[in-house]
Design a protein. Sequence first.
Length: 213
Amino acid sequence: MGILLEISENLQRGKAKNVKELVQQAVDEQIPAEEILEKGLLAGMNIVGEKFKNNQVFVPEVLMAARAMNVGAALLKPLLAQGDNVSKGKVCIGTVKGDLHDIGKNLVKMMMEGKGLEVIDLGTDVPAQTYVETAIKENCQIICCSALLTTTMPVMGEVVRAAEKAGIRDQVKIMVGGAPVTESFCQQIGADVYTSDAASAADAAVELCKAAC
């Protein structure tokens, strides 16, 4: 299974062109798409996630690896759609209303997709109601809220209250994060999980989705 290791290693180095060629080669060798995804692309992204968590690589490397992952995943998508490849869970993510920062949110999204989760990106400046409506419509297990400004943090509390009002609070977990956000703030507004970095957020989301199954 040398080719899967090659895919993983090239992905870690952010070599999108090589990843694309190797994924195509693996498909031509009739290696199952699920296996290429799990043991090649996701395995590589997991290593990048761990290194990022331990400050061994930084945002540019993660973005390059994520780009390589997306290129490889795009080739596999039609093949995975033919099988009964079930995603590990569904998440909607966005930066809260009044806040236009998205680097952190995009990193979390990439890390979550790297773990095999389906992520609906709501973008920036997202009102509380939009998170809740999307979670209901798309049947999400998790709502992820990001904020980089202390002035927009209260919107996260509004998301929790909107979920309660809509009657979905017991079905949907709410995760919060961003530079000014803390564990105590998370508890104060009644959210479920706070994580301090993108890799930990992805790990936590996978665990929450497993528990919801």
